[in-house]
Design a protein. Sequence first.
Length: 135
Amino acid sequence: MSFPSADPARTTARTIHADRAAATLTIGWADDHETIFDMTALRWLCPCAYCRGEAGMPGWLDSMPTLTPDQVQLTDLHLVGNYAVSPHWADGHKTGYYTFAMLRDRCPCRECSARRAADPGTPRPPAAGSHADHG
């Protein structure tokens, strides 16, 4: 299955900047696009099994919790190979690997939001990524 962000230039992060004071994560892509996530939106995207669920069971985020300040305060950000980042949050949560394909696909900018709205039938990479994302 091919996803719209499968073009390597669209999913290759050239720069990654976590601005803790502004509570944003900015990614500059190889195709010159820039994605800016606020930390609350980024936490809502957590793809880990605890947050998204597994084995047919819903995840914690599926219960639509009210996020606390510690749950949206970034304390560290680790690069995972050349395909993902792993944010570490002040509440101790750190198991989500956010693939570059997923982050680009969910870019909140006007241009990307309009593209998704114009083509709602386009397949999206799963929130937790896939084995192909790890290759």
